[in-house]
Structure formats: C-alpha cells, structure tokens
Design a binder for this molecule. Sequence first.
Ligand SMILES: Nc1nc2c(ncn2[C@@H]2O[C@H](COP(=O)(O)OP(=O)(O)OP(=O)(O)O)[C@@H](O)[C@H]2O)c(=O)[nH]1
Ligand SMILES: [Mg+2]
Length: 256
Amino acid sequence: MAPKNKYTNIVLFGQAGAGKSSLVNLTVGKDMATTSNDMKLSTMHWQEYPIEFDGESYKVFDTVGLEEPQLGIPQFLDAIENAYKLIQDLEKQGGIDLLLLCMRAGRLTSTLQNNYWLFHEFLCDKKVPIIVVITYLENEAGEMDDWWKRNEEIFHRQEVHVAGHACITAIAGNSPHRHEESRTTIRNLFKEFAADEQKQAWIGGDSLFVSFMRKLKDLLVGNGKSAREDMVSRLTKRCGMSRDVAEKLADRIKPW
Ligand SMILES: Nc1nc2c(ncn2[C@@H]2O[C@H](COP(=O)(O)OP(=O)(O)OP(=O)(O)O)[C@@H](O)[C@H]2O)c(=O)[nH]1
Ligand SMILES: [Mg+2]
C-alpha cells in the first residue's frame, strides 16, 4: 500500500455554477479560486488548491462539472478523462480522502444523480466517502441545516447515498454571519476526514485504480467484447449517458 502523504486530498465536483470555486474561497478565507458570474465554464481543467488551517494541510481539487448537453460531447469526454486521470494521479499521492459533491439548493436534478454515479461509483468504485454540500442557503428561513431535514428523504429515494452533508452559503453577501458559520461547518468536515481514525476506516483493500483494472481484467478474461459492452451499459443505465457517448468514453478510457 502506498504510504499516506501529509496532505488530505479532497476532490470537489458538481454542476457548473454550483459554487465549487466559492467553496474553495470560503474554506481558505480569501479569494484563491476564480468564480463565475454567468453560466460559461470558468474552469475547463481541474485546479489544485493547497489549503492550510489549524495545523493540517489539504489539497482541494476543483473539477469541471460533468454535464453533457452544456459541455458538448468532445468536452464532456475530455472532462471525464481528466477526472479519471486525476483519480489515477491521486492514487499515487496517497489516495483520495473525501469527495465533495457540491449542489445549489433546489431540486435534486438528474445531472446531480449522474454526477454522483459517475464519480462515486464509476470512477471511485464507492471506496471514497462522499459528502454533499448544499450552497445558496443564506435565505433559508430557519437554520440552514433545515434544508437537509426537508430533503434528506428525497436523496434516499433517488439512491444518492452520502456519508454526510453540509448546508451552507458560499458567499458573504448580506449574510456574513451565515458565511462564517459555513466556514466553520466546512472546516470541521475537512478536519473530520483528516483525522487518522477516519482515514483508517477507508484505507485497506485495493486502491481505486487496482480495483478498477481488476474489474476490467475479470471481465476481459470472461469475454473481451462483453467487457466493453458491460462498461457501456453501466454508463448508460447508471450515469445517464447516451449510448453514443458511453461507447466513445469506453473506447477512450481503455484500449479494448
Ligand atoms: N447567493 C449565493 N451565490 C453563490 C453561492 N455560491 C456561489 N454563488 C455564486 O454563484 C456563482 C457561481 O459560483 P462558482 O463558485 O463560480 O461556481 P462553480 O461551481 O465554481 O462554477 P464552475 O467553475 O463554472 O463550474 C458566482 O457568481 C458565485 O458568487 C451561495 O452560496 N449563495
Ligand atoms: Mg469554478
């Protein structure tokens, strides 16, 4: 097993405009990541942000939202391939400690579900704990966390199973108090997953890459043609991709 490095690696994902870059800035306490005011994509490639507080060092990887219609097929495939390369890369740097799925308060969309499947199941093989961070809650009438109480059941029903949640506002705006409260919430979350006991819980067994390759190998030993087909069918059924896109992705991720 690769030795743990001193950083806690956190991968951030979610739709464009969900507040990923703002979440980085909230955590750091100053503007480090570029945020976008419109729906145009501000980040085409993942960005790495070293963050330190309370004596712990983290690396946060801010990824591109994986949305097919908005991105266009070639860019969508690039984005997935990039995410896949990032995960492989992080394996060599001690693994991924935490996935943060960022969403804007509102309906639980199919894009969010697809992103969840893609990262958590397909790319990370359910081995990395995943936390959902709900942004845009500065105007929540009661406590920001009330949003979760109202919506938790929907996540279960939609089979989006998370290890935890955080209800926040990622910008100061008119609610500096809630912004501060949000920073504490996120920092506590980071600390929780940086804790050694927590890490132990998720280490052990195969690395993500090894288990991914083993799955492929098992499939290939059985029948090479069905291996590709299996991946395509998983991508269409679970990740909501069209057959055309799934086939292109299967061909790009692995030379069959
Ligand atoms: N009101 C409010 N606005 C927010 C919040 N979080 C982010 N925003 C705003 O939403 C816009 C998009 O935020 P970003 O942080 O750039 O979103 P992103 O997920 O990084 O977007 P991409 O990089 O394009 O994928 C910016 O104008 C932010 O100021 C929030 O909690 N409340
Ligand atoms: Mg961004």
